[in-house]
Design a binder for this molecule. Sequence first.
Ligand code: ADP
Ligand code: MG
Length: 363
Amino acid sequence: MQIRKIQLANFKNYEELTLSFSEGVNGIVGENGSGKTNLLDAIHYLCLSKSAFNVVDSQNIRHEANFFLVQGIFEKEEKEYEIHCSLQEGKTKTLKVDKKAYPKISEHIGRFPCVLMTPYDTDLIREGSEVRRKFFDNTLSQIDQIYLADLLKYNKLLEQRNSLLKQFAERNYVDKTLIETYNAQLLPLAKNIFEKRTAFVHSFIPILENYYFFICNEREKITLSYLSDLQTENFESLFENQLSKDILLHRTTKGIHKDDYNFQISGYSINKFGSQGQQKSYVIALKLAQFELLSQLKNVKPILLLDDIFDRLDDMRIKKLMELMSSGKFGQVFITDARPERTAGLFKEINQEISLFDIRPPR
Ligand SMILES: Nc1ncnc2c1ncn2[C@@H]1O[C@H](COP(=O)(O)OP(=O)(O)O)[C@@H](O)[C@H]1O
Ligand SMILES: [Mg+2]
């Protein structure tokens, strides 16, 4: 799978831009602030219908403009697709493939898979559980449309249940029948999501472990475990038992929205006990495992977006990534770098051709 051409209008710092890409490695170079990351984000938009960095769509409109447009020509399994994503201020986002809009934008997710490595990846280790849930949900959603639909339904019902709890607290009154209707709708969704997360982690772990080993040739054992209330609580009464606590706190205190993923090294939390190097290797392994599983299950190589990896990684880790790149593991790759000579040099070393795009700084 590849993106052949992209066209931007009023997207972040770009007033207008049209580029045609190579199907192999594309190096995006230019000084800091010139829009390298923004260009990767535009590709991310076309693949996953949203920014990887800014969840508020309207903030991706160029300052002083009132709309953005991102368009791309993609090729997948020898067929061509034109993807169009636009947002007019104050309106809802439009996403079209070959000029046809989706009834629900979420239906687009997974058709054009992509994997992004960014300097923010270590947030996966350092930040709270939401970041980790997002990563696994993002991956599972690209694999399984029903998973995504269930998750969206669950989140919507959860929001409604939470505002109901708030009302109960404010009015000092509890409508048990009403809350039970929410519980009854949430439970089967929670069960499906839990089962899919469990199964996913099961296939993810061995791939993750292998990649970690590959990246650092280390003997230490890393692993990952999935933690959910559904493993320890009585499933049928999960929401019921918590009701008084939920009312007190105005929110649903147990459920799959509280799930977490525990990253470990030699049996200890990598957040607390892993060195910086080990943490970096761990997040690269996470992303590579994501790439691998998506490739296997979707039968297509996701577009790989590598943002500023050369700045963050030491020579050994870069060498390992380059090894994978020259082995033909990846399909189309985008790499940003503020130092074009470095990018060009590295690719000469591994005997891979790279198309360099110099992104001019904005006027
Ligand atoms: N909505 C926006 N409108 C105009 N400029 C923006 C918008 N969002 C981000 N930018 C600008 O984009 C630039 C950063 O681009 P970025 O892609 O992160 O650069 P880099 O080449 O360093 O990766 C900054 O100058 C930032 O102010
Ligand atoms: Mg950048």
